[in-house]
Ligand binder design. Structure first.
Ligand SMILES: [Zn+2]
Length: 259
């Protein structure tokens, strides 16, 4: 079985000190590549370093997470310059988007939208797909995507309904959704419905490590090596042989990132 982790953060302090062990456990469980996603500007160097240490296994996805939307112009312009300068070794711009979960202050929301749009435009200019983080912001995210129409998107750790997904699938762009540990949770009714009702071709496997560990590791630090648990849950819902399900999911991830 060949597996891709399309969205993780091995650069996170919870995993980075043990990166070697994390990567060898991933390899032992069939994971052949991991896409570390940027959040802050400070994460960029760590992610690029990992792609050099674990060449051909760790790949770079760089972008500024909405939680940093109140940072200065200088902060964002430096980040964009970094992305442009490292274009050759970047596979996508992410994770970028909107997050209204903790704070809906109007200025913060306006800044999030502005920086999301700027980064979508940067990705379009560089001809890169985008990885989207959207939390409690379904309609605003959809509206921005409708306006900007980036050609290739991954709605990472998708938490929306099947109705909102249908709206995305009407757009003239390539839409994928990231499915992670949540699919193994007993109470993940909405995501299970989304997985059961849609074609395999739209799904990407991800862990979002070190967050959202699948059952039975819930509450622990997540890592890419737990991906077989997520694939098993998808195969069970789709009633597919595990190997076939894994092969399709691998191809989806490889095509999305162009590896
Ligand atoms: Zn993430």
């Amino acid at each position: 079985m060949k597996i891709i982790d399309t969205h993780c953060h091995i650069n996170d302090n919870k995993l980075l000190p043990n990166a070697k062990e994390v990567v060898s456990r991933a390899l032992a469980n069939g994971v052949v590549s991991c896409f570390n996603n940027g959040d802050s500007f400070a994460s960029f160097d760590k992610i690029v370093e990992l792609s050099k240490t674990f060449k051909g296994f760790c790949y770079n996805v760089l972008g500024i997470h909405p939680e940093f939307a109140n940072e200065t112009n200088d902060y964002f312009f430096s980040s964009y310059r970094y992305i442009e300068e490292h274009k050759e070794i970047i596979k996508a711009v992410g994770e970028i988007g909107l997050d209204y979960h903790f704070n809906k202050d109007p200025l913060y929301v306006a800044n999030q939208k502005k920086r999301f749009i700027e980064q979508i435009r940067l990705a379009k200019k560089l001809n890169l797909p985008i990885v989207i983080h959207s939390r409690d912001a379904d309609f605003d995210t959809l509206n921005i995507i409708k306006e900007e129409l980036p050609p290739k998107i991954d709605l990472h750790c998708f938490s929306g309904s099947n109705e909102i997904l249908k709206e995305y699938l009407k757009l003239p762009i390539e839409v994928h959704i990231g499915v992670g540990g949540v699919i193994t949770f007993k109470n993940s009714r909405v995501l299970k419905e989304v997985v059961s009702k849609n074609n395999m071709e739209i799904f990407l496997t991800e862990t979002d490590s070190p967050y959202l560990a699948p059952t039975p590791h819930r509450g622990e630090a997540n890592e890419p090596g737990y991906l077989p648990l997520i694939i098993k849950a998808i195969a069970d819902i789709k009633n597919l042989p595990l190997e076939d399900c894994a092969a399709t999911l691998y191809n989806n991830g490889a095509n999305f990132y162009g590896i």
